[in-house]
Write a protein that binds this ligand. Structure first.
Ligand code: MN
Length: 198
């Protein structure tokens, strides 16, 4: 068993692939660092924030979705690693299945680890190291989300909570919440349209 397969153990255990059209997680390497934010109308509407790390998508559920306003801190709850090809998944997870409900690709693009750029004595870290430390700084280059975002782990224990916070830079938008832009960047469809079409 490869590392990737092992990391996807939880993902696979939760799903019945004869019923859901979600990807089974074939091994893929994107060749770049991708991120995706999927808007997911499960029992509670939320945004799944995922970044490529170690051959899988590290994932957090963000109930209120990301904000471009640095004074807004958004709760981000870690969820199981997802396969890389999940980044393109859009559709309806059938009733009775894990995460039942419609999913759209709300935003996607590439990112870079801002801590990789820092000088050694100012805390240069790999993505994995910053994840381990619970203080990540990601520069997102999406269609909706742009600029620096911090992901900070708060508290420890078995159910750690993280905060997703816009860092101060030229991309800050303190005005209209970006979540007003509802449509998929992949298909232009809204959650309601995906729900109605599948
Ligand atoms: Mn979800």
């Amino acid at each position: 068993m490869t590392d990737e397969e092992d990391k996807l153990k939880d993902y696979k255990a939760k799903r019945d692939f004869s019923k859901t059209s979600e990807p089974e997680g074939k091994e893929v390497k994107s060749g770049k660092s991708i991120f995706v934010v999927q808007k997911h109308d499960a029992s509670n509407l939320h945004y799944d924030f995922r970044i490529e790390m170690d051959g899988v998508l590290k994932s957090w559920a963000v109930p209120k979705g990301p904000s471009m306003n640095p004074s807004v801190r958004r709760l981000a709850v870690p969820t199981e690693d997802h396969p890389l090809d999940y980044a393109e998944f859009e559709g309806v997870i059938p009733e009775g299945e894990y995460g039942a409900g419609a999913v759209i690709v709300w935003d996607t693009g590439t990112f870079r680890n801002m801590k990789a750029d820092k000088e050694e004595d100012k805390g240069r870290m790999t993505l994995e190291e910053s994840h381990e430390e619970g203080k990540m700084e990601l520069f997102l280059d999406g269609e909706k989300l742009k600029g620096g975002f911090a992901l900070i782990r708060t508290g420890g224990g078995k159910k750690p909570r993280w905060l997703l916070i816009k860092m101060r830079d030229d991309f800050v938008d303190e005005g209209s919440p970006i979540t007003e832009r509802e449509e998929s960047v992949e298909s232009g469809r809204t959650l309601d349209e995906v729900r109605g079409q599948e």
